[in-house]
Write a protein that binds this ligand. Structure first.
Ligand SMILES: Nc1ncnc2c1ncn2[C@@H]1O[C@H](COP(=O)(O)OP(=O)(O)OP(=O)(O)O)[C@@H](O)[C@H]1O
Length: 256
């Protein structure tokens, strides 16, 4: 369980003034929960994720993970405890092959079959990508999907994905949505927090958290909050392009 208690994050705003990015925010995320954090641009979503991961330090407040105070713990220690984070704009690692990155994430040398599985879950073909370097030769969407595959390989207790849909094409996004749905359906005690503006991801949530001006302004189930967010409720997985998308997707993970 993740508990955020009265978190405040302020940055210098010149002339000794400060700007409050996260404003006395309290939130509890239980085990086995699929939580989507959404809200307007600049509302503080990525900052909140960075505070949870330890990339930023709160000005005040407390972060507890499974009862342990991790507020001032370094990133690596939090990662060891089981918190994983996927950046909105992932880093590239010149000289590092995709296979090696997956091995590092998993903490062991992965068999090929496992690599195939992780990459297919994000709609990438192992044969084309395992030996590629994670450098500038990969497109933004490819790097993003490889990073998500590394988080799947790491299999953290709490996985935080910052806008996993960003820069990802419709077909790969469909595969990714399936993957998130499968992880959640497994109900194995893992928790997922996804920062997203995407209706189809928001729809998967147990709980939606609406963040604005660094504050939680509302929480609720998709039934409760989606109409308020301006979304129309559809059956899970509903998509006007489901037929052509499925056609492509069956080709992506299985035939490479
Ligand atoms: N270190 C910093 N210094 C100054 N301003 C910052 C800093 N970090 C974040 N901000 C500001 O805080 C606000 C929240 O940023 P954040 O990236 O958390 O928003 P977001 O909700 O993730 O937005 P988006 O939906 O556009 O990704 C923004 O106005 C941003 O410019």
């Amino acid at each position: 369980m993740l508990e955020l208690k009265n978190l405040v994050f302020e940055v210098p705003a010149g002339d000794g003034a400060t700007k409050r990015i996260i404003d006395d925010l309290s939130l509890t995320i239980g085990d086995d929960r699929f939580t989507v954090i959404t809200g307007p641009n600049g509302g503080g979503k990525s900052t909140l994720a960075k505070l949870i991961m330890g990339i930023e330090q709160p000005t005040s407040g407390q972060i507890l993970f499974n009862g342990e105070d991790v507020t001032h713990m370094p990133i690596t220690a939090r990662a060891r405890l089981g918190i994983g984070y996927g950046f909105q704009q992932p880093a590239r690692f010149k000289g590092m092959k995709v296979k090696k990155l997956l091995d590092i994430a998993a903490g062991r040398k992965l068999p090929m079959l496992a690599c195939n599985e992780y990459l297919s879950k994000v709609g990438l073909c192992s044969a084309s990508y395992l030996t590629r370097e994670v450098d500038k030769s990969l497109s933004g969407g490819e790097v993003k999907r490889i990073e998500i595959a590394t988080i799947l390989a790491r299999d953290p207790k709490l996985a935080i994905y910052d806008e996993p849909e960003a820069g990802i094409d419709l077909w790969s996004f469909d595969r990714l949505t399936e993957t998130f749905r499968d992880i959640h359906a497994a109900r194995d005690g893992r928790s997922i927090v996804i920062i997203s503006h995407q209706e189809r991801i928001i729809q998967l949530a147990d709980e939606i958290v609406l963040l604005r001006d660094g504050r939680v302004v509302d929480t609720g189930t998709p039934d409760e909050l989606m109409p308020q967010l301006g979304f129309r409720l559809t059956s899970p997985g509903g998509c006007p392009l489901s037929s052509p998308t499925e056609l492509h997707l069956t080709e992506i993970p299985t035939t490479c």
